[in-house]
Design a protein around this ligand. Structure first.
Ligand SMILES: [Zn+2]
Length: 135
C-alpha cells in the first residue's frame, strides 16, 4: 500500500474497524461505511460495527510479492462472509503448516501489519482474518 500518512489518516476508520451500512429503506446490508445505500440509493442508512466473525467462502494462494518487505509469498487471500451477512476480501493469517483453510472455515478479524517499507517510515496496520481454532 502506497499512501501518504495523511491519506492513511483519512481512511483509518475503515482500516481498523469493519463497518457495515444497513439500509433503512430496502433493508440490505453492505460492507464499509457509506452515506448512501449501494443497492437502492437511499440515504436512510445506519452504521454498525461487525463483531468480526465469519466463514470463508473461497480462498486462493497468492504468489506475488506486494512489497519488498514481504517475507512471503505465498499468502492466502479469501472471501469471507461475516456473520452479519456481508462479504469482504482479506488476507488469511495464522495458518499452521498442517492446517487447511477451505470453504466453511470459521475465521475472526484481527489487526495485523500491512506494510512497513513506506518511505515516510509509517507502519501500516489493517484487518486480516485468522482461523478460529476449534480443537
Ligand atoms: Zn437500500
Amino acid at each position: 500500500m502506497k499512501l501518504s500518512p495523511s491519506q492513511f489518516w483519512r481512511i483509518r476508520e475503515s482500516q481498523y474497524r469493519l463497518i457495515i451500512t444497513e439500509c433503512g429503506s430496502c433493508g440490505r446490508k453492505s460492507v464499509f461505511k457509506r452515506s448512501v445505500c449501494p443497492f437502492c440509493g437511499s440515504s436512510n442508512v445506519k452504521h454498525v460495527e461487525s463483531e468480526g466473525f465469519g466463514k470463508v467462502l473461497d480462498v486462493t494462494k497468492v504468489m506475488y510479492r506486494w512489497n519488498s518487505s514481504d517475507e512471503r509469498p505465498p499468502l492466502l487471500v479469501g472471501v469471507v462472509e461475516l456473520d452479519e451477512g456481508v462479504r469482504v476480501v482479506g488476507e488469511i493469517v495464522g495458518v499452521g503448516d498442517n492446517e487447511e483453510v477451505k470453504e466453511g472455515t470459521r475465521v475472526e478479524a484481527v489487526l495485523r501489519r500491512y506494510a512497513s517499507d513506506d518511505p515516510y517510515g509509517v507502519i501500516y496496520y489493517g484487518i486480516k482474518f485468522k482461523p478460529i481454532k476449534t480443537a
